[in-house]
Design a protein. Sequence first.
Length: 370
Amino acid sequence: MKVEYSVEKPLNREPAIKDLISSYITPNNDTCYDRNHGPIPYLNAKDHLVKVDGEVLKPLQLSVEDLKTRFKQHEIVSALQCAGNRRHIMRTLLKEVNGLDWFEGAVMNCKWRGPKLRDVLNEAGINVKNIKDYHVAFACYKVPVQGGESWYGGSIELARAMKESADVLVALEMNGQPLPVKHGFPIRIVVPGVSGCRSVKWLDRITVQSEESTNLYQRYDYKILPPSATDKETASKYWDKTPALQDMPVNSVIAVPQNGDKVKLATSGAVEVKGYALPHGDQGPVVKVEVSADNGRTWKVASILPQNSGQSKWAWALWKATVQLQKGQKTHLLSRATDKGGNMQSGEPQWNLRGVAYDGYGISTFDVAA
């Protein structure tokens, strides 16, 4: 088996933010961010099987061909976002955090296709009295990962998995092609609106169970710990009490101009501002983005760009606004987003030790040429 990268040095990268927002659908290339906890496995799709077990009436072993032919195929447009997206902003504006220094490019907006997880689980037959008391866990046992674990896993509530409108997919395709190796070939889970850590790649096990995944990254990572957890020692008493991060918050980012740019104004004194925005969980789509040039005292409504795939509630929104500025000044712009559910981006983000789910205003500070 060819192995790319390692447990000690997994592939973790994000694209330049200007490249990221150049397309509504993020193409299958290096414009997609990569987040891994170990080596990248190169699997044979013809031999690969996914086992469905746990609290089911009929355990299954499904091939890629089974998933293609035995179940109805669904396509959704959904953003997939790392829990630590914008962590750099939290650590520089609020306080130091523990984790990789992600800027604002750890997100992609893609077309995903495959059967719905609920259809697969219905085929196996859920054998529980109350789905609200259960979880469905996902695992990849193909490669070891950091932290001493021999596998990577995560879980979501069974009730979410069984909800038709939740659109949880056993994904086989990304943007109309088989999944790229780096993004889970031949099978991955895609859980729209939820932190990307639950969308397990290279999937080989689906288990209905009475508890969350026991994997390290479900139990002892990717949680919004209370502010009193300030280091590893003080965090220890909170891990078992703090719920795992699921829904990601409403968010927006200014991509153009970027921090540190030197901007030349148009003859009218205006500059074009661009960025992306994301809804909270399943509360999308984003319905409004605003930009402020006076530290939030007044806001101008931006234009949400036409989307060639419709108004998916799971997708990001690309936006732009024209803002009047003064020459020869350092400028500080803010952005904020509001989604269909009425969730508005926070101007008072809360610090947490792992630096996850940062939702402070989009920020760009730059010089305007005289």
